[in-house]
Design a protein around this ligand. Structure first.
Ligand code: MEV
Length: 438
């Protein structure tokens, strides 16, 4: 049985590794070698990574790929994507090329409001609480002055604070529900700092509010935290073209393709089992760009999936239609992103990715990320409703299988060629490799 340890975080990196390999690994030297293999030779760069989190022992690499030819509102982009799944970048590139020849992607930011809440318990008369809130609202904002000064200078800040009565859900439960404009920052730190200040002011001011009884003065702050549900931080991405232009290589007519494609979207709109996978395909594109640009993909995931359930049933994020012989495929999704703060000015690859994207504002990044999601969804649905997904997927996975069996360069060449015209399966690749090796 493995042992517990106290003071682990205080140990040096090499002592941490010693403890881990001694405790968990039979081949201590092999484990150490693998961990150290991923250290950067540039000590300063390694230190930067070491200091991102606690207890760093090595770096975990993901490939950073690029998908060129994205025409977004008549401007060309090459989109950086950090992802391990073999087929994602290839699919994005294919979809980008397809729409490049058909007018590209059109996008629009609909709104950029973010939300934070102070959750508290108040045992008393609601009218008194409401009068207190009205009286103290200005002071709540005034007391955040030191936090909001710079953001306000740039045109952002606190938009509003509401008192919300949640006692029908939980006895004595209320909220300060605040809205924010955080411009190019994702805004988590800014919002949380404002909320904690609201909570302090609110609790302290209650102690001297003349209408409150002694017990009503004891407001119990439960927590103050931003919400990752951002249905009012919304962006729209769209592609459209005449139905007949959807036809490619004359394998399927534009009309037949559009019909099948729309059916596939309709199924994801009504059937949660399908909707989750459909949206997962969208997130393949979104997460990859979110990661490459140093944003918080967990926040994005949580917010997007909550939005997909906003009508009480989990549903497709994207939609498609044909009207007047024009095919349109679109999506509106919430994306709270930043292009300043956080990792954006720290991680060299994040800085590089942002420069590749023409140093976008947060609004521009929202549009680029939404396009990556829509493109990915288009590519997946196009394969699913025509050739099936496995053909392309396994072609891209071929290299992983070859690497797993330590194929050399010449074996890779021969087998990549062979599988251009043969179906890739795990078994078929092993068989072909074994044949080569006899
Ligand atoms: C695989 O990562 C993503 C897909 O399953 C998405 C979809 O089914 O739409 C291909």
């Amino acid at each position: 049985m493995s042992k517990s340890i106290t003071g682990f975080s205080k140990l040096s990196k090499s002592k941490k590794i010693d403890w881990i390999v001694d405790t968990y690994f039979s081949e201590a030297e092999t484990a150490k070698r693998i961990l150290k293999q991923y250290w950067n030779t540039d000590d300063k760069l390694q230190q930067l990574h070491d200091e991102f989190i606690e207890n760093t022992i090595t770096n975990y690499y993901l490939p950073l790929g690029v998908a060129p030819n994205f025409l977004i509102n008549d401007r060309l982009y090459t989109i950086p994507m950090a992802i391990e799944e073999s087929s994602v970048v290839a699919a994005a590139s294919k979809a980008a090329k397809f729409w490049l020849e058909r007018g590209g992607f059109k996008t629009k930011v609909i709104s950029t409001i973010k939300i934070g809440q102070v959750h508290f318990i108040y045992k008393g008369d609601f009218e008194k609480l409401n009068s207190f809130f009205k009286k103290v609202k200005f002071k709540l904002i005034e007391d955040t002055e030191a936090i909001t000064k710079n953001m306000k200078k740039r045109g952002g800040g606190i938009l509003d604070i509401e008192l919300r009565d949640k006692t029908s859900d939980i006895n004595n439960y209320y909220q300060l529900h605040a809205s924010f404009e955080t411009l190019d920052a994702m805004g988590a730190n800014f919002i949380n700092s404002c909320l904690e200040q609201f909570a302090n002011t609110f609790k302290n001011e209650a102690l001297s509010f003349e209408l409150f009884s002694e017990s009503e003065k004891q407001i119990d702050i439960i927590m103050s935290i931003l919400s990752n549900y951002v249905p009012e931080c919304l962006v729209r991405a769209e592609v459209s073209c005449p139905v007949e232009d959807l036809s490619e290589n004359n394998t399927i007519s534009g009309k037949a393709f559009a019909n099948k494609f729309i059916q596939a979207v309709n199924i994801a709109e009504v059937e949660p089992y399908r909707a989750v996978t459909h949206n997962k395909g969208i997130m393949n594109g979104i997460d990859a760009v979110v990661l490459a640009t140093g944003n918080d993909f967990r926040a994005i995931e949580a917010g997007v999936h909550a939005y997909a359930s906003r009508h009480g049933k989990y549903s497709s994020l994207s939609h498609a239609k044909v009207e007047n012989e024009i095919f349109t495929f679109w999506m509106e999704i919430p994306l709270a992103l930043g292009t300043v703060g956080g990792l954006t000015g720290l991680h060299p690859l994040v800085k590089l990715s942002l420069e590749l994207l023409h140093k976008p504002s947060a609004n521009e990044l929202m549009q680029i990320v939404a396009v990556a999601g829509l493109a990915q969804n288009f590519a997946a649905l196009r394969s699913l409703t025509t050739t099936g997904i496995q053909q392309g997927h396994m072609k891209m996975h071929l290299m992983n299988i070859l690497n797993q069996f330590e194929a050399n360069d010449s074996e890779k060449d021969i087998l990549t060629n062979h599988f251009k015209n043969n179906t890739v399966t795990h078994g078929a690749v092993i068989e072909a490799l074994n044949k080569l090796r006899v």
